[in-house]
Design a protein around this ligand. Sequence first.
Ligand code: IFM
Length: 444
Amino acid sequence: MPVLRFPDGFLWGTASAAYQIEGSPLADGAGASIWHEFAHRSGTIAAGDNGDVACDHYRRYRQDVALMRELGLGAYRFSIAWPRLFPSGSGRVNAAGLAFYDRLVDALLEAGIAPMATLYHWDLPQALEEQGGWTCPDTADRFADYADGVFAALADRVRLWITFNEPCMFTWMGYAVGAHAPGRSEFAQALRAAHNVLRAHGYAVRRFRARRHAGTIGITLSVQAHVPANADDPDDVAAAARSRAFNNEWFVDPIVFGTYPAALRDQFGDLLPDIDEADRALFQTPVDFLGVNYYTRTIVHADPSGFFEARACRAIGQYTAMDWEVYPAGLWLVLKQFHERYGLPLYVTENGAGFEDETVGPHGRVEDVDRLRYLQSHLEMCHRAIADGVDLRGYLLWSLMDNFEWSFGFAKRFGIVRCDFQTQQRTPKLSALWYRRVIEENGI
Ligand code: IFM
């Protein structure tokens, strides 16, 4: 008997993203994505890695679905690569590219696994980037057409849809910091890109509703727990709230309230695009749920010279190989905050831990005890949030297999299944066996 039982119908799954696992990025007539182009630029990715092969999931998806079935997954979150369907971003659907997702969805359903599809997990068609990418308003229209094409083909079977994965990450890292594709570095561009992404999100949700598809649609945010360094210092408390506004609320406030958080206007001034009446109505097209991707917390000090007049400081604690502090209580905190602020059903659409050098031991086992502990402690916090009244519907662990961790390449392993990138051998780790039991018992 589990000590902590989850509600009946709670959805247990794992999450992944196209470019991180599929490989064969140009197969069957697909166009290049910005990540394909970026990863092939010298010096962008650790060890010169790229997603040309990754986990070879494009060719081995049946084996992977069989593995998911063995693990008892109830749901599988994957993303669709826009350039496989529309190699140049728009025009006629590339039937061979679409067929891959068609087969994947059928294989999942045959295995009794609910597909959860993300329309955009960072792989914009390179052809659209060459016309301005997300900084160009037309890209939002192209996204709506792409979304419509996907809905027309798959919404008869897929019931859980996510428009964008972590818009704050890909707009900021890709357009302001330059560490992610497309590698541009200008604040104003990132803010414009973000505005167009919100439009694209609104258009896609409208198209979904217009065709009266069954199922639900939402958006996934990258969130952290922003806690003041000194909870008794009002300046630190205010600085933590500003950091939270930027990282957690930038995209959800416009969707739920029709406005950007005030802290963004204070920080960026006139560089932040205005939300006019048409934008407001579009952004506020109702969504069914929010997805929360949680990994760590940030401890915040007030600092008048810092970004958002704040500065992050380092806690004494345990860190993963991403140098992210293990802080389970932060998951409970962000779930509570999202529940209280937005009042929408929630899914944890990602949560997990990246470590290095996890090898297969003498008995053929990968003893990833640190990951197992990480997952268990975070699930305890999900349980606590539900007990506190949060409408949490499911947990999609990141990730099924070790995969291409963006600019870190293959060195950081997040999988509960080990992937040997030379042989493509999959080995379930201890955490996978433990997770199977959690799912079986619907509890910890
Ligand atoms: O691998 C990423 C994923 O693509 C987006 N969320 C965070 C994960 C771990 O860094």
